[in-house]
Design a protein around this ligand. Structure first.
Ligand code: UDP
Length: 446
């Protein structure tokens, strides 16, 4: 095998590193693509991220980070579209990627595709280019269908295409054991093909901030008991459940005349715009109406969308971070809250059961159960020292087990394994004598 730099084509039709996170379709996948590609580049790979061009002003090729380019490919309108409307444009996405590869005379060693639509493009490109494909779904259609029922706006082809991808790609990455189980049990994936590589959190961006400092940045009273939600404002994230849980906590405190009810606040960060706007982000309107019905409007504090580099102040303003989705493929926001040294109360679903350790770094509760949430909030309200100690344990857990460099290292091992198995025996021997990826796995969890 020659010693040239290895080139990876990342495909991510709707989640570009160039997008501002926090909006409906700009979530964990954008973070994953940004962090993993830049870490891989730091190991010496060259990564090109192919994404759909959603504005005329975006240049076709952007040098986004050392060793990482973002290539915005025309496929449908030069405008932002909900991801569930992008499927018809995937043949154009495929053809225009091939056109760019041809024009630039680029060659790639491997494709790393993200989400089901790019997975389809990847298996088409695999046939044309004859290179291996590593795929990560980020979310599975069957789970979405099961949980969202009639609200699921995915194209009808999704599950059949996912099944085709699972059969055709060389390796499937799962972000946590529950996703591995979905791939194998719900879709019949070959267990040998599935590799669990947990997603992670950037501990330099997400770090503990003194509560008083955070409160002054966010504009909340230092003596308040603050429940923080940070993330996309989607119905499936069930922030309505958090509003109901906080309402029950307030009612309990009022009944006990504990005097603490007035100081309970719910901080909600996220949405489509920097100013919270119920027209542009309808879920804000739904939550405001619900809070009014429950008589707790003055306890809610809406912040719009914020850039990640300031989110530590918003997590840090919370005594506790709460996320109670109906389901969660992985969930980056619980890890971010933990990295900011706060206890996390999360639904016992999907990736949250893997990241949050019940009774140690926070609490796991059943989804759609405001009473269970109110009970845990009450426990933390009465025990500020428990908030502090759980928050410290949470930060330690993140530092030990969830770094993007480890995620990227394990991904590089998957690449190396695939690329090496495509070599002749003598090439394999020479590659094994001087491997280009240093394998230094020390985390016992893997
Ligand atoms: N996010 C952000 N600004 C916001 C709200 C969220 O940058 O105002 C980021 C957040 O830090 C997280 C990502 O958006 O990394 C996705 O949040 P979500 O809770 O939706 O996580 P997912 O479901 O994608 O894992």
């Amino acid at each position: 095998m020659d010693r040239r730099i290895q080139r990876i084509a990342f495909l991510s039709e709707h989640a570009s590193p160039l997008a501002l996170r926090g909006g409906a379709d700009a979530g964990g996948q954008n973070v994953y693509v940004s962090e993993v590609s830049s870490q891989l580049a730091s190991f010496g790979y060259q990564v090109d991220i192919f994404t759909r061009r959603d504005a005329a002003a975006i240049p076709e090729i952007v040098d986004w980070a050392p060793g990482v380019r973002v290539i915005s490919v025309i496929a449908g309108p030069l405008d932002t579209l909900p991801k569930d409307l992008l499927w018809p444009y995937m043949p154009a996405f495929r053809d225009n990627i091939l056109h760019i590869i041809d024009r630039e005379q680029s060659s790639y060693d491997l494709i790393h595709s993200n989400f089901w639509m790019s997975g389809w493009v990847a298996i088409e490109l695999k046939q044309r280019l004859g290179i291996p494909v590593v795929h990560i779904f980020h979310a599975m259609g069957k789970t979405k269908q099961r949980n969202q029922g009639d609200m699921d706006s995915s194209p009808g082809e999704r599950i059949a295409v996912e099944t085709q991808i699972i059969q055709s790609v060389d390796r499937l990455l799962a972000q946590c054991p529950s996703e591995e189980q979905e791939l194998i049990e719900d879709y019949g994936a070959d267990p040998q093909k599935v590799i669990v590589i947990p997603s992670a959190v950037n501990t330099e961006i997400f770090h503990p901030v003194e509560r008083a400092e955070a409160r002054s940045v966010v504009g909340l009273d230092p003596s308040a008991f603050v429940v923080a939600y940070v993330g996309r404002l989607l119905p499936r994230k069930d922030i309505r459940n958090v509003v109901r849980g906080v309402a029950q906590l307030i009612a309990t405190c009022e009944a006990r005349q504990a005097g603490s009810a007035a100081r309970i606040k719910l901080l909600i960060v996220g949405g489509e715009t920097v100013e919270p706007d119920p027209v542009v982000t309808p879920e804000i309107g739904v939550l405001q109406k619900l809070a009014a019905e429950l008589g707790i409007s003055e306890h809610l504090h809406f912040i719009g969308k914020r850039q990640q580099d300031v989110l530590c102040y918003y997590y840090g303003a919370g005594d506790v971070v709460v996320t109670t989705p109906w389901y969660e493929p992985f969930g980056l926001t619980p890890l971010e809250g933990m990295a900011c040294g706060r206890p996390v109360i999360g639904s016992a679903v999907g990736g949250i059961t893997y990241t949050v350790v019940d009774n140690k770094t926070g609490f796991l509760i059943p989804p759609k159960n405001p009473a269970a949430l109110a009970q845990r909030l009450q426990q933390l309200l009465q025990a500020p020292e428990l908030c502090l100690s759980m928050g410290q344990t949470a930060r330690q857990r993140v530092e030990q087990s969830f770094s993007w460099s480890t995620t990227a290292l394990h991904t590089a091992i998957v690449y190396a394994d695939l690329l090496i198995s495509s070599l002749s025996e003598s090439e394999q021997q020479s590659e094994l004598r001087s491997p280009r990826v240093a394998v230094a796995v020390s985390d016992p969890e893997y």
